[in-house]
Design a protein around this ligand. Structure first.
Ligand code: FAD
Length: 377
């Protein structure tokens, strides 16, 4: 994908993938299994940049394990014949460990990645796209946006939100003592609350939806993961954790304290800036104008994960939604890599038999009606 001077080559690629995280690398691997497709991956940073940017105390909550030989591919793998647990000897990976796994996959399968190249604009032009990058233009018949959500931290609708630290920032993970408040009680809120309790702080978690009480349902997008529940129980046993099922309406400064007002009329006080574990947006960056948004703010996709207003532009990654289904974990969104690759390959008249490996490994879901299964016990 690069010319001799290191600049992007002036050819039209069959598919350009933007983003070299698990979604981008996984989609590129599936595209590589289609015969004779010319593809490339671009990232503004390094391979796995988001994981290099994770707060250092952050780890995966989905465990890695080498079940590949028995049809249970490692939950965090992006290719059927790989396993982060195998290559790193770890079950709950840190960000740098996962970035190392992605780098080794790229090297082994020789995925063409152009790092340190920012995409600033994507424009449909006839039957191809002109992609403007910090190293010059690239042309492609198809574009897959895999830019992730990590850098999209929409400010919660809460007066005084600027007085808080988002849970994805390093500041939120710095040691704090005394009373702390975490706004948001799903995975990232419980994760950071447990982290600070383990360091000796006294933490109140505030969330109107009380996610820690989620009822029946086996989808981890709507229930805390088992590891989070175990950590929550250990945190509760210290007597320094309070879970409050209320809406946070404002944050104010009062001398040396921070005061969070709740929808139930009460106020709670903290000795440090509250932490906003309020999630991420779809992170569409330069392609935001090329998708319409659903009522809940996530991009509207057709059944093939393609923009409903820009044919040839696909989305891969955690921002993917189909009806009520959320694809926010690696083991969920990877189910679509081979489907996207097949749609792109077939549109260009290519042989796609190589993708059967993904189906055999249980890494292909092309019938979206089958995802809503509940466990019997
Ligand atoms: C704190 C946190 C914890 C999580 N824990 C888990 C977990 O335990 N298990 C799990 O399965 N999932 C987890 N997730 C879900 C998460 O969505 C995925 O793990 C993963 O990061 C998403 O992969 P991705 O490839 O879509 O995005 P990313 O990994 O963010 O990759 C996107 C890439 O795109 C690049 N990029 C963005 N914009 C541009 C541009 N304009 N030009 C060029 N390059 C660009 C970025 O540099 C980046 O490298 C977690 C998410 C967060 C935020």
């Amino acid at each position: 994908m690069t010319g001799s001077d290191g600049a992007p080559a002036p050819k039209t690629l069959d598919a350009l993938v933007i983003g070299a995280g698990p979604a981008g690398i996984g989609t590129a691997l599936a595209l590589s299994a289609v015969d004779d497709l010319m593809i490339g991956v671009i990232d503004r940073g390094q391979i796995g940049q988001t994981f290099l940017d994770w707060p250092t105390k952050q780890t995966f909550l989905t465990p890695s394990f080498t079940g590949n030989g028995f049809g249970a591919t490692d939950l965090n793998a992006v290719h059927p014949r790989t396993s982060p647990a195998y290559s790193l000897g770890t079950d709950y990976l840190t960000g740098p460990q996962y970035a190392k796994y992605l780098r080794s996959v790229v090297q082994h399968f020789q995925v063409p990645v152009l790092p340190h190249t920012e995409v600033t604009a994507v424009e449909p032009a006839g039957d191809e796209f002109t992609v403007t990058t910090s190293r010059g233009p690239v042309s492609a018949h198809t574009v897959v946006w895999a830019g992730g959500e990590f850098s999209d931290r929409p400010e919660a609708r809460l007066a005084g939100i600027s007085l808080s630290d988002h849970s994805a920032t390093g500041a939120a993970w710095e040691p704090r003592s005394g009373r702390m408040i975490v706004i948001g009680g799903y995975e990232s809120g419980i994760d950071i609350a447990c982290h600070h309790i383990e360091q000796g702080a006294q933490v109140t978690v505030v969330d109107a939806g009380s996610p820690w009480d989620a009822g029946p349902g086996s989808d981890p997008s709507f229930r805390l993961a088992p590891r989070s529940r175990m950590r929550l129980n250990a945190a509760a046993a210290t007597g320094r954790l309070t879970l409050t099922g209320a809406h946070a309406s404002s944050i104010k400064r009062d001398g040396a304290e921070w005061v969070v007002s709740l929808g139930n009329g009460t106020r709670i006080r903290a000795d440090s800036r509250p932490i906003a574990a309020t999630g991420f947006g779809p992170g569409l960056g330069p392609v935001s104008g090329l998708f319409t948004l659903r009522g809940d703010g996530w991009p509207e996709l057709d059944d093939d994960d393609q923009s409903t207003i820009t044919p040839g532009l696909f989305l891969s990654g955690p921002a993917m939604r189909h009806g009520a289904l959320k694809f926010c974990f690696v083991y969920k969104f990877r189910q679509r890599f081979a489907h996207i690759a097949r749609v792109i390959g077939e549109a260009q008249g290519k042989e796609c038999g190589g993708l059967e490996e993904w189906r055999t490994a249980g890494m292909l879901t092309d019938d979206l009606s089958c995802c809503g299964v509940e466990c019997a016990c």
